[in-house]
Design a protein around this ligand. Structure first.
Ligand SMILES: [Zn+2]
Length: 83
């Protein structure tokens, strides 16, 4: 008879105390672990690290918008002054 054994994986405890909250890297407000955005300063936050602090998530949209706006600016300067 095949006995269905439930394999229970023990969660490895890599930190001394259980992390139940994380902190915003910008304003250090306490946030729930699943928070994606700080409710206080509205900065995007990533996963929590082992110190209970949220990582800063890279805001690629802002980078792209910044680069694009600079490109448009230079193109405009070139066009406006006929360099
Ligand atoms: Zn914040």
């Amino acid at each position: 008879m095949g006995e269905a054994k439930k394999k229970r994986k023990k969660k490895p405890v890599d930190t001394a105390d259980e992390i139940i909250v994380k902190r915003c890297p910008e304003c250090f407000v306490t946030l729930p672990l699943d928070a994606k955005e700080c409710f206080s300063c509205h900065s995007k936050i990533g996963n929590v690290d082992k110190h209970g602090k949220a990582r800063k998530s890279v805001n690629w949209v802002s980078y792209i918008i910044c680069i694009l706006s600079w490109t448009v600016f230079f193109v405009y300067i070139k066009w406006a002054f006929k360099i």
